[in-house]
Design a protein around this ligand. Structure first.
Ligand SMILES: Cc1cc2nc3c(=O)[nH]c(=O)nc-3n(C[C@H](O)[C@H](O)[C@H](O)COP(=O)(O)OP(=O)(O)OC[C@H]3O[C@@H](n4cnc5c(N)ncnc54)[C@H](O)[C@@H]3O)c2cc1C
Length: 371
């Protein structure tokens, strides 16, 4: 099955493809296609090229650099970017804190942050999880106590992805420990990571990489003006952000590209027959997921993600892992020392971050199936 696009959408697809494959440097795209790590500079360079062409944050409100695109056009933009090996705009900026600021923050914060966030002049990190507050995020204990015009922040965040590059961190902090429900005492605060008292400590992952960190806050003084929206209303903004985070995790285009690579390698090694049924079944599942992604996009209105984003998160992460496992199997024993094994190990994370798949199943049971 192929998606039948109207002539206008087909033209749009070709324009996107042309831009991505000619304007984003080949040296960056070939690293993405080979699934190698990009440096901070390469990610910034790529996002700034996209932003200069108005292609970094199409989902944002028009006045802040968004586009008046249909959901289908947004889907095509995203898919073509992945197929061309273009690094996606940094999710922390483009699909997490940016939309929260645009939808819920004061005009002053919008003016201060949105343009720089779109252009990756500021690199944002996500400070949600804590050692005892991952799936049960509302149990977070990092406190922000108001003293005059400042909050004094104390506590620890963990699993902060690429926090070593972070200029600023968007945080969930407890501002009312006495609130009747733990969700009610949480606020959404923006913190400059160069403020005295902020310490970033790397965590080594199973693949030997250092992409996550612990971040410690020791009497960090933050202007009250850095609060997003209302005090103690942070849980509402966090739920909005987490729904957007899940939509982006499906990575259908990237999985399709990796599957095509697996097929090529199997052909080169003369083992295509042996892996044909797995390849075909993964191809079908990816097409089905692509259709689901379109349905979710079509039913997301007012910038709010549809609860089925949890379905995309689960299935997308399962397929990312299945494709990297297939690549290992095609390579056979040689995979143990190849780059693919590192990718395979690194991809263990995708069923955990953005809310673990077990927890997403509970969300589906409650909000979609009504169980
Ligand atoms: C590589 C990586 C990058 C990350 N990046 C960031 C980041 O940048 N910023 C950030 O804030 N966070 C980040 N996270 C944190 C991530 O969101 C959490 O790891 C995730 O929410 C799970 O929380 P936890 O690790 O505390 O596991 P736990 O909540 O302790 O869960 C452990 C196990 O128990 C299961 N479980 C827990 N509760 C339930 C339940 N109610 N029903 C059924 N099963 C349950 C879980 O599914 C899991 O299998 C990252 C995590 C990883 C692994």
């Amino acid at each position: 099955m192929r998606l039948q696009l109207s002539p206008e959408d087909q033209k749009f697809r070709e324009e996107m493809r042309e831009f991505f494959t000619t304007q984003i440097p080949e040296r960056i795209r070939s690293k993405v296609i080979a699934r190698q790590e990009l440096s901070k500079e390469e990610m910034v360079e790529s996002q700034q090229i996209l932003n200069a062409a108005g292609l970094a944050v199409p989902g944002w409100p028009l006045e802040w650099g968004g586009k008046d695109w249909s959901q289908l056009q947004r889907h095509i933009w995203h898919e073509e970017m992945q197929l061309a090996g273009v690094p996606q705009p940094l999710a922390f900026n483009a699909s997490m804190v940016g939309p929260v600021i645009a939808n819920f923050a004061s005009q002053e914060l919008k003016e201060r942050f949105l343009a720089k966030t779109a252009n990756l002049d500021i690199w944002w990190a996500q400070g949600f999880s804590e050692p005892d507050a991952g799936s049960d995020l509302a149990s977070l204990r990092t406190t922000a106590v108001r003293e005059g015009d400042e909050y004094v922040v104390n506590g620890q965040k963990t699993w902060t992805t690429l926090g070593q590059y972070g200029d600023w961190i968007f945080m969930l902090v407890r501002t009312d420990p006495a609130a009747p429900k733990k969700q009610q005492g949480i606020s959404f605060l923006l913190i400059d990571m160069t403020t005295p008292g902020v310490t970033v400590r790397p965590i080594e992952l199973i693949d030997g990489g250092f992409e996550v960190n612990e971040v410690f806050f020791d009497n960090v003084r933050v202007p009250v003006g850095n609060l997003v929206g209302e005090e103690n209303a942070g849980w509402t903004y966090a739920k909005f952000l987490l729904g957007n985070e899940r939509v982006g995790i499906a990575q259908v285009g990237a999985s399709q590209r990796h599957l095509a690579t697996a097929k090529e390698i199997a052909k080169e090694r003369g083992v295509l027959d042996r892996f044909a049924s797995r390849i075909v079944s993964l191809e079908s599942e990816l097409l089905a997921l692509e259709t689901t992604a379109l349905r979710v996009a079509a039913h997301s209105d007012g910038g709010k993600p549809h609860p089925a984003s949890s379905v995309l998160k689960i299935k997308g992460s399962v397929l990312i892992q299945a494709v990297s496992e297939l690549l290992m199997d095609i390579e056979g024993p040689a995979a143990t020392t190849s780059w693919n094994s590192r990718v395979f190990l690194n991809n263990r994370k995708v069923s955990i971050f953005g809310g673990s798949n077990e927890v997403q199943r509970t969300i589906i049971a409650g909000t979609i199936l009504g169980l």
